[in-house]
Design a protein around this ligand. Structure first.
Ligand code: ZN
Length: 337
């Protein structure tokens, strides 16, 4: 009789554990504890047993009854907790995919450009966004009344310092600290008092690079920047250098590439010229070298600077700079990881 009880207990508990719905658990309750349930039948039959056995079996059966009642009510609670508005949740369904962050398209392009230059020996450095007039202008051959200051409509701080208008400030700081040969690139935020429109923003990003050593030539400048343009925009683009003016380089030039939108045929982006300007460059001005204590008779060098928004827009054919700052997830999700 006792072994029969043990068997009932074992079967009942494993049945309760397997039950996967409230209906299952109710069936289990009826078949063991119901009026004609297996355990109820045992309890009913106790009367016909010898006194000693009746005591033992009765005690054991009552203990098992309590144990099963407890197991059934706990399982019921568990199954009820899983239901929402009376429905069971299908736990085999996959969960919601978590949103994964991505790099901003400006960062993607900056990283790519840094890769292109570090492959040919350039090192990446950072410079301060809050700068003195000296590093932002004077050391770069832009004295106080120089007309170039007009195009750099500057945000000044109360203490006389300013938000840098160009990443060129890094050049002077690096040259002051070190001795040639120097091959440096740097990128970051710049600030000018521009009203936001499709091509202007008061905060924007520049990437700057320079190479200083003995006997650095304009040919090396051209070779380096054509290599960069082909790596970044594709081997099939055409390039041309057009004379230009910057206070801290002499001679100065702008690099143009064949328009990636119309492939040189002429369109709105290239103003129907077939070419678009991608960066400014030139041989570093002797005055800049004098300001950092280099002998212009001994060293030469070139520098280049580009607007990262402009390059990113050309690369991905984006026609409005404001898209970069609106943080519309539908826009940002189109770019790589
Ligand atoms: Zn075009």
């Amino acid at each position: 009789m006792l072994s029969n009880l043990r068997e009932i207990r074992h079967d009942a508990l494993s049945g309760i554990a397997r039950a996967s719905s409230l209906q299952d658990i109710e069936k289990m309750r009826v078949s063991y504890l119901g009026r004609k349930g297996k355990l109820t039948e045992v309890l009913k039959g106790i009367g016909g047993l010898e006194k000693e056995e009746r005591k033992l079996v009765g005690k054991s059966a009552n203990e098992i009854k309590k144990e099963l009642e407890k197991a059934i009510s706990e399982k019921k609670k568990k199954l009820e907790g899983r239901g929402v508005k009376g429905k069971d949740i299908d736990i085999t369904l996959p969960g919601r995919t978590p949103w994964v962050g991505r790099r901003h398209p400006i960062t993607i392009c900056a990283d790519e450009i840094c890769d292109i230059f570090t492959r040919i020996g350039y090192s990446l450095v950072e410079g301060p966004e809050i700068e003195t007039e000296y590093y932002n202008f004077e050391a770069l051959n832009i004295p106080e009344y120089h007309p170039a200051r007009d195009v750099h409509d500057t945000f000044y701080l109360e203490d006389g310092r300013l938000l840098r208008t160009q990443t060129t400030n890094v050049e002077v700081r690096v040259m002051e600290r070190g001795k040639p040969p120097l091959k440096i690139i740097s990128w970051g935020k710049c600030y000018r008092r521009d009203s936001p429109d499709a091509t202007h923003s008061p905060v924007f990003h520049q990437l700057e690079g320079f190479y200083v050593d003995r006997n650095v030539t304009f040919r090396q400048l051209k070779g380096t920047l054509i290599y960069f343009a082909k790596q970044f925009f594709g081997e099939d683009i055409k390039t041309k250098f057009v004379p230009s003016y910057f206070p801290f380089t002499e001679p100065s030039a702008e690099l143009y590439i064949s328009c990636s939108v119309c492939r040189g045929k002429g369109c709105r982006v290239c103003k129907h010229t077939g070419y678009v300007e991608v960066l400014g460059c030139g041989m570093l001005h002797p005055n800049v070298f004098r300001n950092v204590g280099y002998d212009p008779g001994e060293y030469t060098g070139f520098a280049f600077g580009m607007g990262l928004e402009r390059l990113t827009m050309l690369k991905y054919k984006i026609d409005d700079i404001r898209l970069f700052y609106e943080n519309d997830i539908r826009f940002l999700n189109q770019f790589g990881p």
